[in-house]
Design a protein around this ligand. Structure first.
Ligand SMILES: CC(=O)/C=C/C=C(C)/C=C/C1=C(C)CCCC1(C)C
Ligand SMILES: CC(/C=C/C=O)=C\C=C\C=O
Ligand SMILES: [Fe+2]
Length: 565
């Protein structure tokens, strides 16, 4: 099955990676694996770090050399040293960080964040943010202390790329170059069987109800179990069922009771809604939604649920068979915009799988649903479903704006397309149309809106607060953290000039009764090339603690919380 990867293995040349020792040659060491770093003072520089070896094994592989600097010169970005869009410096690191401010003593557990942190192989640079090999970051909070670690996920795609010093599997936009015509034919076969698709699980990380921690992306084979303590790659998450299929939503709904996901059906356009219980690897069908428009299902990066329903979005940005076959990326990558096919929202009953509403809605573009809930009338009857998402004003250009070349070349121009909290109202009375409106004035968050989280206790329920990245313009990427109040229709914003913050992640205080009683964690890449963990108060949205990393880390996407047992 994996013949493409296999034949590539035999023909590739030797890697030319720089070793760990070359990068840290000013440091005395004997075993380069985990390093404990103590800052001599808050103001100390990288060179002042006292580094002590705290582990015993050598690293499995030498880290790749960093990519050449961004090609654009005289840009604001190149004058700054922001490292958000630069490959991770080394394979792994772990150490305790000095905390400025105070981490609440109740915050005991581990925040894990996943994202595409390595965007080059030798001197070949990947083009899109989503192409990078997964970098896991771990922030372990214990009694006011903070231990940080990061490590590359050892997917087959990553291991093959390192071994062969070239791309061996199909990533989001990058496609391996076949060596000859026979290899090309094999590649086509491997595309249909899924053998050539990546398992580079670089999108998110979830904790299942049974405690297993799984990194995910949009290919089903990109479901990989990791150890949240060591960040070791444990192995593939094997689904013990016969659904086959190659892709799923990158964002399943996961809580202690269940794992629900959508399996787009590219042959008979539709979606299978499936559910998996903790302690099992078997997904069971809840139901199926047939698409109402278009030649293929809409791209489904995420979807929301309410207490009784699974909401299946059918976005007019649809998977595209021709684009899947292309070797070179198209402006919309594997997708195509079909405004004529319309946009829809379907509502499926969780218990029986029956469709209780299927409405046409205005055209929309979203990666991330924020939450959904049921709206009842005076008699307690459910009259509508409300579903909120980070909506890009039906403008697909956001996908292109996430090309690394764009991200690395900010020149002060305001080029980030506008976005909003898009609120769908889906009537359950049989009406054919649903509404889509901004839930609050997008100026409240600078018309930037993506990378959201909520208090997980409010999943599927009426809720008030969402945390996300917003914008302070001009910018080329969301550059603020924003707390959106959907009742008062106001936002509180955190901003640090030149910095790129990653998804604000809400962690509730144990025993909290207020929705925003907790903290918000984010990882910041700042304009000096440094990085730090930031902890904001969930209520006031003011900083309560920060802890500087030994070096800045690449941008990351989504995270999860593993509470202390
Ligand atoms: C990082 C992120 O958010 C999204 C990653 C998406 C990926 C890796 C998508 C991969 C795909 C293929 C390799 C071929 C099939 C289509 C598609 C699921 C887009
Ligand atoms: C980072 C991002 C969009 C930012 C634009 O405002 C989308 C990420 C999608 C995948 O997880
Ligand atoms: Fe995502």
């Amino acid at each position: 099955m994996a013949s493409l990867a296999f034949s590539a293995t035999k023909t590739c040349s030797t890697p030319t990676y720089m070793t760990f020792f070359e990068k840290f040659d000013h440091v005395k060491h004997d075993n380069p694996i985990f390093w404990k770093v103590n800052f001599t003072s808050n103001k100390c520089k990288k060179r002042d770090l006292i580094i002590t070896n705290v582990a015993t094994k050598p690293p499995a592989v030498a880290p790749p050399a960093p990519p050449p600097p961004a090609t654009t010169t005289n840009t604001v970005q190149s004058k700054r040293k922001l490292v958000a869009w630069t490959s991770v410096k080394q394979e792994r690191w772990q150490g305790e960080l000095e905390v400025e401010g105070e981490i609440p003593l109740w915050l005991n557990g581990t925040y894990l964040r996943n994202g595409p942190g390595l965007w080059h192989l030798g001197d070949y640079n990947f083009r899109h943010l989503f192409d990078g090999y997964a970098t896991l970051v771990r922030l372990h909070f214990e009694n006011g202390r903070l231990i940080m670690g990061h490590r590359q996920l050892e997917s087959e795609a990553y291991k093959a790329a390192k071994k062969n010093n070239k791309l061996c599997y199909r990533e989001f936009s990058e496609v391996p170059k076949p060596d000859n015509f026979l290899a090309y034919i094999g590649d086509m076969a491997n595309l249909f069987s899924g053998a050539s698709l990546t398992d580079n699980a670089n999108t998110g990380v979830v904790k299942l109800g049974d405690g297993r921690v799984v990194c995910l992306t949009e290919t089903i084979k990109g479901s990989i179990v990791v150890d949240p303590k060591t960040l070791d790659t444990i192995g593939k998450f094997q689904y013990d069922d016969n659904f086959g299929g190659l892709i799923h939503s990158a964002h399943p709904i996961v809580n202690d009771e269940e794992f629900i996901t959508l399996l787009p059906d590219l042959i008979n356009p539709g979606y299978l809604v499936v559910r998996m219980e903790p302690g099992t690897n078997e997904r069971k069908v809840i139901g199926r939604v047939d698409c109402r428009g278009g030649p293929a299902p809409g791209w489904v990066h995420s979807f929301p649920v309410t207490e009784h329903y699974v909401i299946v979005p059918e976005m007019p940005l649809r998977y595209c068979a021709q684009n899947l076959l292309r070797a070179e990326p198209t402006p919309l990558y594997k997708f195509q915009w079909h405004p004529e096919s319309k946009g829809f929202m379907h509502v499926m009953c969780k218990a029986g799988g029956n469709i209780v509403a299927s409405v046409e809605v205005p055209l929309y573009v979203t990666f991330h649903f924020i939450n959904a809930y049921e709206e009842t009338d005076e008699d307690g009857r459910i009259k509508a479903v409300i579903a909120d998402c980070c909506e890009h004003n039906a403008d697909t250009t956001i996908l292109e704006k996430l090309r690394l070349q764009h991200l690395r070349s900010f020149n002060g121009e305001d080029v980030l397309p506008d976005a909003r909290v898009g609120r769908f109202t889906i009537p359950l009375d049989g009406s054919p149309y649903g509404k889509l409106e901004a839930a609050l004035n997008p100026d409240e968050h600078g018309k930037g809106m993506d990378m959201c989280s909520i208090n997980p206790a409010y999943l599927g329920k009426k809720y008030r607060y969402a945390y996300a990245c917003g914008a302070q313009r001009p910018c080329n990427f969301p550059n603020t953290l924003t707390k959106v109040d959907l009742v008062d229709k106001k936002a509180k914003n955190w901003y640090d000039e030149g910095s790129v913050p990653s998804e604000p992640f809400f962690v509730a205080r144990p025993g909290a009764t207020r929705e925003d009683d907790g903290v918000v964690i984010s990882i910041i890449s700042d304009k000096n090339g440094d990085g730090y963990a930031l902890v904001l108060d969930g209520t006031t949205f003011e900083e309560i603690a920060r802890a500087k990393f030994p070096y800045g880390l690449p941008y990351g996407l989504h995270g999860c919380w593993v509470p202390k047992k």
